[in-house]
Every structure is written in C-alpha cells, then in structure tokens.
Write a protein of this length. Structure first.
Length: 388
C-alpha cells in the first residue's frame, strides 16, 4: 500500500526546497519529497518509488509523468499536491490516470477576478471562474443541475448571483428564476421585483408553495411533451428556461425537535426537489442547490446523483469535501482567499470565481425591475410559473 506519513506542517518540505540549489530539476525535488514522505511501497526490503518516464517542458508548464506499481489514493494525491505547491511555490496539479501526472505551471492562479473581466459565451452558459489555463464555463443545456457547497462567507452566494446576473444579461426574455433564499430573504429579496424573478421564497412554507407550483407545471409540460413527441427541451422550439436557486438548503432538513407538521412540510420540499432533479432537466428546469453544510441528509441521493456539476468552496473537513464533490481537496483550499473553489465534473479543477457586488448587479440588471403584486401562499393561489 502507498503510505503518506503524517505531515506535522509543510515547513519540512519548504526547508527541503530552499536548502537546495534553485537550479535543480523539478523532478529531483519531487523525488526527494517522495522519499521524505514515504510515498512508496515495499518490494522485499526495498522501497519502490514512482519512476519518472517522461518530462515535458514549455515556457509556461512542466509536466512530469511517473510509472507507479499501484494507484495512489485520492487523499494522498491531494496532500501531495499541497506539499508540492508550497515547496515549489508554483501552481501544481496532481492526478492519476494510469500514470501519476504532476503538472507544474509557471502561471499564477489569480486571487481575485472581477465580473467585468468575464467574456461573452453563447448559449445557456454561466462563468464558473478563471484559473491559470483561462476561463471555465458551464453549459446548463448539457448538465442541467448543480450543487454548490462551502463554508459561509467564502463565495457560495456570490456565485449564485453571478449566475443570475449573467443569465439575465444574455437571456433577457427567456430566463426565469424561482429563488429560495432560506437566509430569511436577506440575500435575494432585493431582486424579487425583477421581471425575470417569479418569486423569492424566504422560509420553508413559502418554499413549499413555490415548489408545488413548479411540480404542477412540470406535469402539464410532460403532457405537452408526450403529445408533441418530445423527450428533451433542447430538441424543441421552447426557448425559456426556469432556474431554481436554493441558498442554504440545510434549512429544508428536518430536526428532531420540530413539530410533526413542520417535518411533513420539509419532507414534501425534499420530495419535490428530488423529482425536479430526476425529470426536470429534460423539461427545461435547472436546479442550483446550495448549502454551507454538506451532509448526506442535506444532499440527498437524487439531487446529488443528478447534479453532475458539483462546486465547493472551502470546507472544514475532508469528509465534508468528499460528500460535496466526491473528492478530497475543498478542505485544503486557502482560508485567506475568498472565491476560490473546486469544480467537479469528470475531473476536478480549481478556479477563482468572479466577484460581483450588489451595486454592480443593480447597475447591470436593475433596469428590469417592474411593479408586482405580492402573492401569498395559499391552497388556491393563481399559478405564477410560466415555462413557455
């Protein structure tokens, strides 16, 4: 078995690098780290370390490829990446795809990115962030649902606002939002009168009311799809998309101390959200499900499995990272850089999410505010969800 012994601090690795001639080849430094931290397996009495088989260099990047007798565990890869990043004082990415691959970039990861820098992209896309390779975008018509996790104040809500702003700017007449802001409406209530925002729900009762309306509309749309012989909205003339943003989904999780009726309402919310995650994507509904506290109760199976894009800002433990993105690493994101995130689809990428203030949002989309009549939750309220 591969072994990565306990690391008291990264000071040992740093001392190793600065104690050497800085003209040393990067692979020599990597080899010394293998030896210092016992990244090896026993072969009789000898330790067998990864063997360098290829080194590719360019002006901006060095790629080291190693042969290993056994695959390295994911947690070992993430820790090795952290050690190398500090040791070399460069951006390092470590991965295992038959070979152990260590990418060392000469470009620095940005620690701040302004929304004003975001380039235009066609389609139902949103910017996820920028890294040393450039911008990363997400196409919602390919992957309709996403989860966003992260400790408070690290960028989760800002990312949702970036998504909302970008979509309104580029799909003015076709995008609609239902926003479930379970921080009491503190983050999104100020946008409730935008013509693209159907409703902002600020507590679980209002959330259930909104979700029931979506569920009703989904059933009607399914009947239309059947009549027309459609199976996915991307193959139809329908141009509208409905985005459901949920900020702090943990508030939809029942607790032991709650009353029976309250637990029932929360269970209904979770049931409808699971249904949306399973079948809503084909019908033009896109779910963005955010929480500070990713646990198996908060991120239920249907939502997590159907959200192929998983995003995480800094989390407090490797367990939370594993629940949030099915990978370690969110616990090692820098604590002094807001907006740094890991995005996970078929691979994990680190990005710096663009920053956007309320003032900038309002400058860009505040002109779409309209007078609206307040609709309170009730059993016979008029439908307000219009998917086209």
């Amino acid at each position: 078995m591969w072994e990565l012994i306990a690391i008291p601090a990264l000071t040992g690795a740093v001392a190793l690098w600065f104690g050497k001639n800085t003209s040393s080849e990067e692979h020599q430094v990597v080899q010394q780290i293998f030896e210092q931290y016992h990244i090896s397996i026993k072969n009789g009495k000898d330790n067998q370390y990864p063997k360098l088989v290829r080194e590719c260099k360019s002006a901006k990047q060095i790629k080291l490829i190693y042969r290993t007798p056994l695959a390295l565990e994911e947690k070992t890869l993430r820790t090795l990446q952290q050690i190398l990043s500090v040791t070399l004082n460069q951006e390092v990415n470590v991965s295992f795809k038959k070979w152990l691959i260590i990418d060392i970039s000469k470009n620095k990861m940005p620690s701040y990115v302004s929304y004003q820098e975001v380039p235009y992209r066609k389609g139902w896309v949103v910017p996820l962030g920028k890294n040393r390779q450039g911008w990363t975008f997400h196409q919602f018509d390919h992957t309709p649902h996403t989860t966003i996790s992260g400790t408070t104040r690290f960028g989760k809500t800002v990312m949702m606002k970036v998504m909302m702003t970008y979509l309104i700017e580029h799909h003015l007449w076709d995008v609609q939002f239902i926003i479930i802001d379970l921080k009491g409406g503190l983050e999104f209530d100020q946008y409730k009168n935008l013509q693209q925002v159907e409703r902002v729900a600020s507590d679980p009762i209002e959330a259930l009311y909104a979700l029931k309306k979506v569920q009703k509309d989904m059933k009607e749309r399914m009947e239309r799809f059947k009549r027309e012989g459609w199976s996915n909205i991307v193959d139809t003339p329908i141009s509208q998309r409905l985005f459901i943003l949920i900020d702090e989904a943990a508030q939809l999780t029942s607790e032991k101390f709650m009353e029976k009726e309250q637990k029932k309402n929360l269970a209904q919310c979770q049931s409808i959200l699971s249904e949306i995650a399973r079948i809503g994507g084909a019908l033009g509904i896109r779910l963005v499900y955010g929480t500070q506290y990713p646990t198996s109760n908060v991120l239920n199976g249907s939502i997590k499995q159907n959200a192929d894009l998983k995003i995480s800002f800094r989390l407090g433990s490797d367990y939370a990272s594993k629940v949030a993105i099915d990978a370690y690493g969110a616990e090692t994101l820098p604590s002094d850089i807001k907006g740094r995130a890991l995005i996970k689809t078929h691979e994990v990428k680190e990005v710096q999410v663009p920053y956007l203030t309320h003032e900038e949002i309002w400058k860009r989309i505040g002109g779409y505010e309209v007078a609206k009549q307040t609709v309170m939750p009730n059993k016979t309220g008029e439908d307000y969800v219009r998917l086209g």
